[in-house]
Design a protein around this ligand. Structure first.
Ligand SMILES: Nc1ncnc2c1ncn2[C@@H]1O[C@H](COP(=O)(O)OP(=O)(O)OP(=O)(O)O)[C@@H](O)[C@H]1O
Ligand SMILES: [Mg+2]
Length: 479
């Protein structure tokens, strides 16, 4: 069963859904209300002024309940939604991705392009790859690209990390080596071209260098991308001991790196797929074990369902659910904690939206629409943004369901929640802002979880089958 039909089924839009039992209300909005400003609790006792629990040196305050306070500190390091993972103990799954990249570097001596949707763990893979390469004594230079990156500046940074010791023109006892000089010291003052860069890198001997260019999507300069493509071509033609690994957000390879035809044979391209449920489960288990929390099976199921294949969402929910348990002095994390985590996470997405979108969303705060909005949001998340009407309509069989689906999309376009573009005669839709899809998705999961009171795995947890991301024509199969 495809994810979209699974979604439609449990959200109540598919053929087998029971029309006599309409979806109940929207998420409990009271839970999304901002905190009250009163400095007194409802019982009238004064609320202490907020303060940090630990010092900047990570020392716990003297009043902290030691065991729980320590677990809380560890939790902050075990689930880090705003930071990539660099530690192997925390790194869950992705072994096929890592193996494929290592083989491409080591056995095929190819340059690598890793691309995929936001938050799928590309940077985390780059960090773990860096460690593995350093373990094998590769010299790894890691560069995080920025909006204003240019080739000259990036190459100078790379050169500054390669010691002169590895330059064929100098001996190991030369003064330049003894002074710890790097290739940066022999660069001309004029702007560096791909030709100059490859001439210098061609003289690297005695080691192999991996240059990681992460967040490549952040730089929009056409010239920068063209120069990087040219460098790849030059390095490949001259059998240079330097390989580039490029990572960035893109739904297809050419979006990330233009000028592909000229370097097609020189690169290994890999689209990072959605994280399968078993790996999300592993991510939660790893985090729990590292900080001393144990997640109930039903709590894990709920996170797997809500994460929708995104390690970022899984980490965010693991963090909030752990906090919820610790706030109640528990080290067992239950389904209720995950529910509260979903509410918190949804609120965070909501607060990052523009006032205009929030105002529009208010008009959608009607119970029956949550499941349908969840389907639209789920389809958008899986496709990395853009979706077609057919993506939503396929699993819906009843005429009424189809009509409601079409009406909903038309309404979302009319209110500006979703934009509509025409591509080769097909309408392509996307949410007007980042975060709307995640917000609506979490609300629909929250509603569904609140409705299914029975203990044990929820239907969503059991049925979840993430859609495999389509592979680019340049990608080689994962082995
Ligand atoms: N394999 C993994 N194991 C555990 N946690 C992971 C893994 N991959 C990603 N995460 C978590 O998911 C979140 C996003 O990861 P990361 O920053 O690596 O993604 P990304 O694809 O580089 O994101 P972006 O597209 O924004 O650059 C982080 O919180 C990270 O801790
Ligand atoms: Mg990243």
């Amino acid at each position: 069963m495809s994810l979209s039909s699974t979604l439609a089924r449990w959200l109540g839009l598919a053929r087998n859904s029971d029309p006599a039992s309409p979806q109940k209300g929207f998420a409990d909005k009271s839970a999304l209300q901002p905190l009250g400003k009163s400095a007194r609790s409802s019982a009238g006792t004064p609320i202490p002024f907020p303060r940090f629990r630990a010092t900047a040196g990570d020392q716990l305050g003297s009043q902290a309940d030691s065991a729980f306070a320590r677990t809380r500190m560890k939790l902050l390091e075990s689930f880090t939604p705003s930071q990539p993972v660099s530690d192997r103990k925390r790194f869950a799954g992705r072994l096929d991705v890592l193996t494929a990249v290592i083989r491409a570097i080591e056995e095929q001596r190819l340059h690598v392009v890793v691309y995929g949707e936001r938050g799928l763990g590309k940077t985390s893979v780059m960090h773990v790859l860096t460690q593995a390469a350093r373990d094998a004594r590769y010299l790894v230079v890691y560069v995080s690209c920025g909006a204003d990156s240019n080739f000259d500046e990036v190459f100078r940074t790379i050169a500054a990390h390669i010691p002169m010791l590895f330059h064929s023109t100098v001996g190991p006892t030369s003064p330049d080596v003894e002074k710890g000089k790097t290739l940066a010291s022999i660069l001309p003052a004029t702007s560096i071209s791909p030709r100059i860069a490859s001439d210098i890198l061609a003289k690297v001997v005695g080691t192999r260098v991996v240059v990681v260019l992460d967040e490549f999507d952040r730089c929009h300069s056409e010239e920068f991308r063209q120069n990087v493509a040219e460098l790849i071509k030059n390095l490949s033609d001259r059998l240079v001991r330097v390989q580039l690994v490029i990572a960035g957000v893109a739904s297809n390879l050419t979006e990330l790196l233009e000028h592909i035809p000229s370097i097609q044979r020189n690169i290994f391209a890999l689209q990072v797929p959605w994280m399968p449920p078993a790996e999300i489960r592993q991510l939660v288990k790893n985090g729990g074990e590292l900080c001393g929390l144990s997640f109930d099976d039903v709590a894990e199921d709920a996170i797997v369902s809500a994460a929708h294949g995104s390690p970022y969402l899984a980490t965010l929910l693991g963090h909030h659910a752990g906090m919820s348990a610790l706030n109640e002095q528990r080290v067992r994390v239950g389904r209720g904690d995950v529910l509260s985590a979903i509410t918190n996470a949804a609120q965070e997405f909501h607060e990052r939206m523009s006032g205009r979108v929030r105002a529009v969303l208010k008009t959608y705060a009607v119970g029956e629409k949550t499941p349908s909005l969840g389907i639209v949001a789920g389809a958008s998340l899986l496709s990395g943004g853009p979706f077609r009407l057919d993506d939503l309509r396929t699993p819906i069989v009843s005429a009424d369901g189809l009509r409601r689906c079409d009406e909903l999309i038309a309404e979302m376009v009319r209110t500006g929640l979703v934009t509509e573009d025409k591509l080769e005669g097909t309408c392509i839709y996307r949410f007007a802002e980042d975060g709307i899809a995640s917000y609506l998705w979490l609300l629909s999961v929250e509603t569904k979880l609140r409705e299914s009171k029975a203990p044990g795995p929820t239907p969503i947890g059991v049925n979840f089958t993430p859609l495999q991301a389509s592979k680019s024509e340049l990608s080689r199969p994962l082995s």
